[in-house]
Design a protein around this ligand. Sequence first.
Ligand SMILES: Nc1ncnc2c1ncn2[C@@H]1O[C@H](COP(=O)(O)OP(=O)(O)OP(=O)(O)O)[C@@H](O)[C@H]1O
Ligand SMILES: [Mg+2]
Length: 502
Amino acid sequence: MAGPVILERAAELRALASALADSSTGTGTTVLVGGEAGSGKTTLTTHFVATAECRVLRSGCDGATTAAPLGPLVEVAEALAVELPADGGAPVDRVRLFAAVRAALVAEPTVWLIEDVHWADAATLDLVRYLSRRGEGSPVMLLLTFRDDEVGVGHPVRVLLGELATVRSVHRLGVPPLSRAAMAELARRSGVDVDVAALCERTGGNAFYVTEVLAGEDGAVPPTVRDAVLARTARLSPAAQDTLAAAAVLGGRAEIDVLAAVSGGALDAVDECLAAGVLLGGGAEVAFRHELAREALVSSVLPGRLRMLHRAAYAVLHESGADDRQLAHHAAAAGDGPNLIAHAPGAAARAAALGAHREAAEHYRAALRWGHLLGPAERGDLLERLSYECYLTGQLTEAVEARGAELALRRDSGDALRTGTSLRWLSRLSWYRLRNSEAERYAQEAVATLSQLPEGPELAMAYSNLASSGCSRRTWPIHRSGGTGPSSWPGGSATSTPRCTR
Ligand SMILES: Nc1ncnc2c1ncn2[C@@H]1O[C@H](COP(=O)(O)OP(=O)(O)OP(=O)(O)O)[C@@H](O)[C@H]1O
Ligand SMILES: [Mg+2]
C-alpha cells in the first residue's frame, strides 16, 4: 500500500488555513473539527499542523480510562513552562493557572491541537472555554477534534459547543465521508482486488473502515468495522494475539516491557504485531495504530480473560509506580474491590484538586460500589465527597441520594457533628431542587442537632443556612436552654423573621 495519503480534504484544509491566518493577525481562533469515529479527523489535522509555520503543540484525551484531570495540558506543560501542582496538593487556583497557560500560549504564534475532546475531563473543557473566549490579542489557534457521534444531548462537549456558538472566533468544521471516487482511488492504490460498490455500501465512506478493508488484502468487505479489524488480526499467531489483547487492555500506548510482562508472552510476539502493522513502535513504547482498532480488540476479549489481563496490568503497573487513576482503572476492571478502594479516593482527590469534578465523582462512585468492604465512617466519608462532587457538577439527584445515605450512617454512629452537617447539606440541596419545605425541615433539624454540641463553625453554618433557606412565616428556633441562639449572631434576633435572600 502507498504511504500516508489524504484525499478530498482541500476545502477543509483551506478553512483551517484561514483560521490560522486569522490567529496570526492577533485574533485567536478555536476550530472544533467534528466527524464520526474513523472519518479522518486525525489525518486532516495532522496533515494541517505538519504544514503550519509556527509552534505546534499536540495533545490528546484518553478514552480507555476515566479521563486524566487536565490531561492535555499535562502533556504540553513542559513545552509551555507551566507548572502544575504535584499529586495530593491543595486545590489549584484555576484562575491563576488558566491565566498562566494563556500567557505562555500567546507568547508566540501557536497551534495547539487537542485530539478527541469527547473524552476530555471537565477541567480541560473549562480551559478550552476560557481560552476560546479570550481570542482577542492572541496569536493562537486552538484546534480540537471530537467524534460527533459520541456527543449526544447533554454531553459536556455538546454543552460547550452551545456556549461557544456565539463567539465569532470559534468555528466548526465537519469531516464528511469519503466519496465513491475517493474509495475507488484508495482501492486502486492499494492494489487489492475489491468490489468498490460493496466497499461503498458497507463502509459508507468511513475512512478507517475503508482502510481496514484494503489492508485485509483479500478484498473481502466484512459487515462491520469491528469485523474488519478482527479479520486483520486473526491472521496473527496465538502469541501475537495474546500480546494484542494485553496491549488493548493497557490502553492506547504501553511500554514494551510492561506489555510483555502483562501478556506473559515473549518479546518476539510484540515484534510480530509491529511487523504486521497492528501496533506501531516508537522507542521503548508501542501504540495502537488506531483507537478504533483497540476498541474492537477489547470488545473481542472474553470476560474472564479480560479480568485476568486487568489483574496482571494492575500488578505490573503497581510495581512500576503508576498513578492512582490508572491503578484504580485496572483494579475496577479486574473486579478487585480492595485495591480499587485503595486507589480511587486518591484519584478522585487529584481530579477534584485540578477542577475535574465530574471525574472526581466518577472515582468516588466506583469506590462506593465496593463500599460494603468499608466501615460506616469511611463509607460515610466517601458518600459525603461523592455528594459534594455531584453538587458541583449539577447532578443534584445523586447528590441528595448520597447525602441521604451518608446521613443514615452518621445517625447510626451517633456522630452529632457529622449528622448536623449532613442535614445542613440536605437542606441546601433540597433548596436547589426547589423543595422548600424539605429544605426548611432539614435546616431546622441541622440547627437542633448541632445545638447539642459546643458552639462551632458547623452550628454557625447551620444558622446561616437556616437564615437563607426558610420563608417569611418561620420564626427562629432556639434549642438550647440558655443558648445564645440567633440573637447573638450579627443582625440576629430571637424573634426576627429571616428574609428569603435566595
Ligand atoms: N482524507 C483521507 N484520505 C485517505 N485516507 C484517509 C483520509 N482520512 C483518513 N484516512 C484513513 O483513515 C484512517 C482513519 O482516519 P483517522 O484516524 O484520521 O480518523 P479519526 O476521525 O481521527 O478517527 P477517531 O474518531 O477514531 O479518532 C487513517 O488511518 C487513514 O489511513
Ligand atoms: Mg482520531
